[in-house]
Design a protein around this ligand. Structure first.
Ligand code: R5P
Length: 343
């Protein structure tokens, strides 16, 4: 089936007039993570709407929907990450999302929803030095200027990024996918470790869910993309440590965290994060860190050459349930029993 139809009952004696509009759900994918879009399409029971996307010789991106989107709720699956296999940089992915939104608005879609589980530029959410941009806000402005009706995203680096939007922002979390995975591993003597102050709240919830102890690391960034960890707050000696972060970029944070936790006497170490960007020297850093496993989700496609101890869990079920709820005007918080506004 291409797209999904909804039908509504027309009751009598209600204050609101309900009309069966037979509205359509269309799911489309940019080039950033077509595999994730395919998984969502399978679970929704729809085919992806055909769309031509390309990069011209001068680097500009282009798109065209191959069938009418008029009157449809168009869900555009496009995390703002690069995809080397598609020749796409993170900035290309963002621009491609913007042109796809523009084309859907221009094609008279009823609603346009950006499904971007990875929100690019999310770490530039404030000025850390004079004369810096607040790029996460700029991205929000660009999406709204292009014409999105709402954003469906996951584990924003800071929940406050939602405040950069005038339009609704549905903020999912992969925390329960990750805690379930670790619960199924049945590890004993567990301590959950926050790699920096920014992740303490997440790790506190993670530890509570796992019935584990909590430890906190003191991370400094002497320069951009350089992580130093000086000491461990809490007891990790003889324990299995799970270091939980939102993002793995260069894995400099995880490497420093692994060293600190092992120096403090942990018996073995695991890592978990929602977004596995694995940029720069990430794979080398992870190899050197000695993790039993590094667990991430598929918000971002796994780069080629990944070490075998990287485990990818899919967040397609979660996004599919959220898309269903958005399409039917149901409650997105219900997908989590109200526990999605965690951070
Ligand atoms: C920082 O505040 C984030 O939560 C992550 O710890 C950071 O972005 C990871 O980056 P990298 O892997 O490059 O150290």
């Amino acid at each position: 089936m291409r797209g999904a139809m909804s039908s509504a009952v027309i009751p009598s004696g209600e204050a609101a007039l309900r009309i069966d509009t037979g509205k359509r759900l269309m799911l489309v994918s940019g080039r950033a993570n077509p595999a994730l879009a395919g998984r969502i399409a399978d679970k929704l029971g729809v085919e992806l709407t055909p769309v031509t996307t390309k990069t011209f010789a001068n680097g500009e991106v282009y798109c065209r929907y191959e069938e009418s989107v008029r009157g449809a709720d168009v869900f555009i699956v496009q995390p703002m990450c690069g995809n080397p296999e598609q020749g796409l940089t993170a900035n290309d992915a963002l621009m491609e999302l913007l042109v796809m939104v523009d084309a859907a608005v221009g094609g008279s879609a009823h609603r346009v929803i950006a499904v971007s589980p990875w929100y690019g530029y999310s770490r530039q959410d404030k000025k850390s030095a004079p004369r810096e941009p607040i790029s996460a806000r700029l991205v929000a402005h660009m999406l709204e200027a292009a014409g999105i009706d709402r954003l469906l995203t996951m584990d924003l680096h800071a929940g406050q990024i939602q405040g950069f939007f005038q339009k609704p922002c549905d903020h999912m979390t992969a925390m329960f996918i990750l805690t379930q995975y670790f619960a199924d591993l049945g590890l004993d003597d567990l301590v959950v470790v926050a790699p920096d102050a920014g992740r303490v709240k997440l790790n506190k919830r993670f530890a509570a869910k796992m019935g584990a102890d909590l430890a906190i690391l003191n991370k400094e960034r002497p320069a951009q993309q350089v992580a130093e960890i000086n000491y461990v707050i809490g007891d990790v000696r003889g324990k299995t440590a799970v270091i939980v972060d939102d993002i793995i970029g260069t894995a400099g944070t995880l490497k420093a965290a692994a060293d600190a936790v092992m120096d403090a006497g942990a018996s073995r170490i695991y890592a978990a994060a929602t977004h596995g960007l694995f940029s720069g020297d990430a794979f080398t850093n992870l190899d050197a860190a000695g993790f039993e496993q590094v667990v991430v989700t598929d918000t971002v496609p796994l780069r080629q050459g990944a070490p075998e101890n990287i485990k990818v869990l899919s967040c397609a079920d979660l996004l599919t349930s959220s898309i269903r709820q958005i399409f039917t005007d149901g409650s997105v918080s219900d997908v989590f029993g109200g526990e999605n506004q965690l951070f």
